[in-house]
Design a protein around this ligand. Structure first.
Ligand SMILES: Cc1cc2nc3c(=O)[nH]c(=O)nc-3n(C[C@H](O)[C@H](O)[C@H](O)COP(=O)(O)O)c2cc1C
Length: 417
């Protein structure tokens, strides 16, 4: 576990209105027994199945049961959302899953879920037909795509008399998933991470430029996930059409040389850098200050070589800093990954096949190979939403940082060669 391992994991437990709500009492007890601090939120329907009093006694804290009641609702919901390292919803009704997937906040739990930025664990519990309904499955797909952990329900006899999947997982299994998510959510605490994202743009004349198809989504997903894991994140971004993640310092650049300058400025104070950008390699050798005219005939544009950002980073890194590089390849993914890992002196290489449609450049999803220095075989990360792929990359990054510089020493890593 990274920085802050000694602190109690802080769990916001949301309880929604299903028969399995009684299992929330055992879950709170288990979490407290394992050293977690627990605050409970309940939907109005949940309170028809179990009283706030029971959960408040077990959690040793007042329960947030009504957004409008000064006694419980007066707790600043943004403050509480900030406090929680993990939002665990158990049991999660079909209804609350739908609200979380679609961003509806019409009572305390779903409103808190909207303000929560860190790890999410849901333990669905419902009738087997509600579970199988395409709407429920689609909502789960959306939540998984955003990085939520779904603790699959068990199969068996249900309270309604049906038999099949839908019974909430045992409180022990849910507690294990919640504590695992809490560990992940602080796995980069105390680390400073610089992420580069997007393309760069090399001007030819005042209105024309050379660029590439990078959308920046992979880098933005990495920045968002690193922040969710407790890192202080600087995002050096080329021109993209996506909103920056919250609580991330955004440095906007246009040209490759500017990206290099921004990265070098951030390097001394960083523990890790994740180079997910696709900077343009070949700027025009000369910039034409007046727009090129058709009347002038077909222009001849000589290209030059842009600075190699990874090579420059290699020159100035310290032995404790970790570098993650990306390789966009069109063939021999594994072979090129090995070569690039050595060439660039990176600690972890992420290779993706940009010749395939639906993944990589300008796509919502990605499928990559991860190759760490000293390993002979790359580890495949199957096709998934970029948030999920980002989570896998950051898992490896956190482990590399912990090996190289244990969390206690992290504060000094950036300045000690
Ligand atoms: C006796 C009873 C048991 C229920 N059990 C469940 C259940 O296990 N899962 C579920 O998704 N909904 C169940 N429901 C329906 C939910 O309570 C209902 O959809 C409610 O609006 C959920 O509100 P909430 O998501 O805000 O807690 C049950 C309803 C009743 C009356």
């Amino acid at each position: 576990m990274s920085g802050g391992a000694s602190r109690a994991p802080r769990v916001l437990l949301g309880v929604s209105g299903g028969i399995a709500a009684y299992k929330a009492a055992e879950l709170v007890r288990l979490l407290i027994e394992k050293g977690a601090a627990v605050r409970v939120l309940m939907t109005p329907a949940a309170q028809r199945f179990i009283t706030p009093l029971t959960l408040s006694v077990l959690s040793k804290s007042p329960v947030v049961a009504d957004l409008w009641d000064p006694a419980s609702g007066a707790v600043d919901h943004i403050e509480l959302a900030r406090w929680g390292e993990v939002l665990a919803v158990a049991p999660a009704t079909a209804d609350v899953l739908a609200k979380m997937a679609r961003g509806i906040g019409d009572e305390a739990l779903s409103t808190y879920a909207l303000a929560h930025r860190r790890a999410i664990v849901v333990a669905p519990a419902m009738n087997t037909w509600m579970w199988a309904h395409p709407a429920t499955q689609e909502n789960l797909r959306i939540l998984r795509g955003r990085g939520a952990v779904v603790v699959e329900p068990d199969s068996g006899d249900l309270a309604c008399g049906d038999v099949g999947p839908g019974r909430m997982a045992s409180p022990a299994r849910v507690a294990e998933a919640v504590l695992g998510a809490a560990r992940v959510s602080r796995s980069l605490a105390g680390r400073r991470v610089v992420v580069t994202a997007g393309p760069t743009r090399e001007p030819i004349d005042p209105v024309r430029f050379l660029t590439n198809r990078s959308s920046g989504r992979m880098g933005y997903a990495l920045a968002r996930e690193a922040e969710k894991r407790g890192a202080e994140v600087v995002l050096v971004s080329g021109p993209v059409a996506i909103d920056p993640p919250p609580n991330v310092r955004l440095v906007k650049v246009d040209r490759t040389a500017e990206m290099l300058e921004a990265v070098l400025a951030e390097l001394p104070s960083s523990d890790a850098r994740v180079m997910a950008a696709a900077p343009a390699d070949f700027p025009a050798e000369t910039f034409t200050p007046r727009t090129l005219k058709r009347a002038g005939g077909v222009p001849e544009i000589r290209l030059a070589l842009a600075p190699d950002i990874l090579a420059a980073v290699r020159q100035v890194r310290t032995s404790r800093q970790v570098v993650v590089a990306f390789a966009a390849e069109t063939d021999d993914l594994a072979g090129n990954a090995r070569r690039k890992l050595l060439d660039k002196g990176a600690d972890l290489l992420v290779a993706n096949d940009v010749s395939r449609s639906g993944i990589g450049f300008d796509s919502e999803e990605n499928e990559v190979l991860l190759l760490a220095a000293g390993e002979s075989d790359p580890v495949p990360v199957p096709r998934a939403a970029k948030a999920v792929v980002a989570a896998r990359i950051l898992e490896r990054l956190a482990a590399l940082l912990d090996e190289r510089c244990p969390p206690a020493a992290a504060a000094h890593a950036a300045t000690t060669p």
